[in-house]
Structures are given as structure tokens and as C-alpha cells.
Design a protein around this ligand. Structure first.
Ligand code: MF3
Ligand code: CO
Length: 248
């Protein structure tokens, strides 16, 4: 079932989205070579709590940390730990925030120090792919329009599109209907209505689209060990377009 949010609910989601955005900004400026991924988790956790919110990933289906931190060939769901970030790494950070029962979900990939041109290309075009998807959003458009815009942009730039993980509705729960795949046919799927809130989240790879899961049962890795990037926003559908709830 797809939920339509009331104005009051949208206000709560906007607040959850704003705190998510501020957490991203804080981590972005904290990232430096030599720090561990656990330190990023700690900074995010403490900030979210200090704002009267809750990190939604902590204990979600047993997930053991407050954010996901995925380095280089890690696609998503990297568990923060003792791994030290190195100059030239890229790090995908995924954050979920709950305010008064309402969720926001947002991810971005950041450079650690100076990164090579290929990684810059991957980050730039994965971010662009997210916005190509977002631009499709308005009442009357279809989920397939978003999916197709992302896939088309990714393929034009020779990037692998991860298929096993998809965007999703978001609201009282982190994951709600509908699924929002990063590949598919335009003019197909569910019709968007104003008041729907969805998380759009392309995961694109420099090499193969194929992935596997590590023995920790969380971390997703590219099969060829080439880098991957991930950008995600929580977006409100409006009559004539959209509002990004996890942006500036
Ligand atoms: N943020 C992920 C998503 O975009 C979900 C994280 S799962 C968790 O759907 F277990 F790490 F919380
Ligand atoms: Co998500």
C-alpha cells in the first residue's frame, strides 16, 4: 500500500530530512585520511541524538551501527569499524533519521583527500543520475519514468547499474511501498500522486553491475572490486514537481 502524507506528516519528514542533511554536512567536513569509519559513525550518532532524533538504521533488522559507511568497492551497507580511510578512497555514507516517528533517508559519496579522475567521474555521474531521476517526479508521472531516466543516464556514461537494491517509499517506516528500481521502462509502473514520499537511490559501478555480500551478512561489494558510488534523497511528490526533503 502506498501512503499519501498529510501536510502535518510532511512537516515532520521535512524536519527529519533537514537533520539528515546537517548530519551529512558534518560528516563531509569531518572526513580525513587516517580516521576510522567507526569515528564517522560516532560523530553521526551523537549529532542525531543531540537534535532530538533517532538514527533509524541502528538495530534495523539487526544492523549494528547508526549509519552505513561503504569504502571504494563496497556498494552499500558497509558496517563502520576499525578500517582507516586513506587518501584516494571514496566513501559512501548512508544516513537514516527519525523525528517523531517519521523517517528520512539520504546517501552521498565523498572523496577522502585527493581521488583519481575515474573515481571523480563515477561520483559526478552517479550524483547526476540521481537528479535525472528526481527531475521525473511529479503527480501523474510513473515510477518507470524515474527508473528509466537513471538507467539511461548511467548507461550513456558506461556505468554499471546495481539491480538487486532499489529505492523505496519512506515515511512512518524506513522502507515502504513502492519499490523504485534504478532500471526499467518509461511510462510503466505506479502513477505518482502528490503527497507520496519516496527515496530515490542509484548505486552505480565503474565496472560490472554484479555484486555479492560479504560474510558479515551486510556489506555489499562489486564482483570485480571496482569502485561504486551511491547517492540518495528523500523526495516529496507535488502537483507540479517535487521537493527534496534531504537537501539544502
Ligand atoms: N539506507 C538504506 C536504504 O537506503 C537502508 C539501510 S539498511 C540498514 O534503503 F540496515 F543499514 F539500516
Ligand atoms: Co534508502
Amino acid at each position: 500500500m502506498v501512503n499519501i502524507k498529510s501536510e502535518k506528516e510532511v512537516e515532520l519528514m521535512k524536519h527529519a530530512g533537514h537533520i539528515n542533511y546537517l548530519t551529512h554536512k558534518l560528516l563531509e567536513k569531518s572526513i580525513r585520511p587516517g580516521m576510522t569509519t567507526e569515528e564517522l559513525n560516532r560523530i553521526a550518532h551523537d549529532f542525531i541524538i543531540s537534535q532530538g532524533c533517532t538514527p533509524s538504521f541502528l538495530n534495523y533488522e539487526g544492523y549494528p551501527a547508526s549509519i552505513c559507511v561503504s569504502v571504494n568497492e563496497e556498494v552499500v551497507h558497509g558496517i563502520p569499524g576499525k578500517r582507516k580511510l586513506k587518501n584516494g578512497d571514496i566513501v559512501s555514507i548512508d544516513i537514516g533519521v527519525i523525528y517523531k516517528g517519521y523517517h528520512s533517508d539520504s546517501a552521498a559519496t565523498y572523496p577522502v583527500g585527493t581521488v583519481n579522475e575515474k573515481k571523480k567521474y563515477l561520483m559526478e555521474h552517479t550524483r547526476n543520475a540521481l537528479y535525472e531521476g528526481i527531475k521525473q517526479v511529479k503527480e501523474g508521472a510513473k515510477i518507470g519514468d524515474i527508473s528509466n531516466a537513471i538507467e539511461t543516464y548511467a548507461h550513456k556514461h558506461h556505468l554499471g547499474v546495481v539491480e538487486e537494491l532499489v529505492g523505496h517509499g519512506v515515511g512512518n517506516n524506513l522502507h515502504e511501498d513502492p519499490d523504485v528500481p534504478n532500471y526499467g521502462k518509461a511510462h510503466t509502473g505506479l502513477t505518482l500522486k502528490s503527497g507520496m514520499t519516496i527515496a530515490i537511490e542509484p548505486m552505480l559501478n565503474l565496472g560490472t553491475k554484479h555484486i555479492y555480500m560479504l560474510d558479515d551478512n551486510w556489506t555489499i561489494i562489486t564482483q570485480d572490486n571496482k569502485p561504486s558510488a551511491h547517492y540518495e534523497h528523500t523526495v516529496l511528490v507535488t502537483k507540479d514537481g517535487y521537493e527534496i526533503l534531504t537537501g539544502e
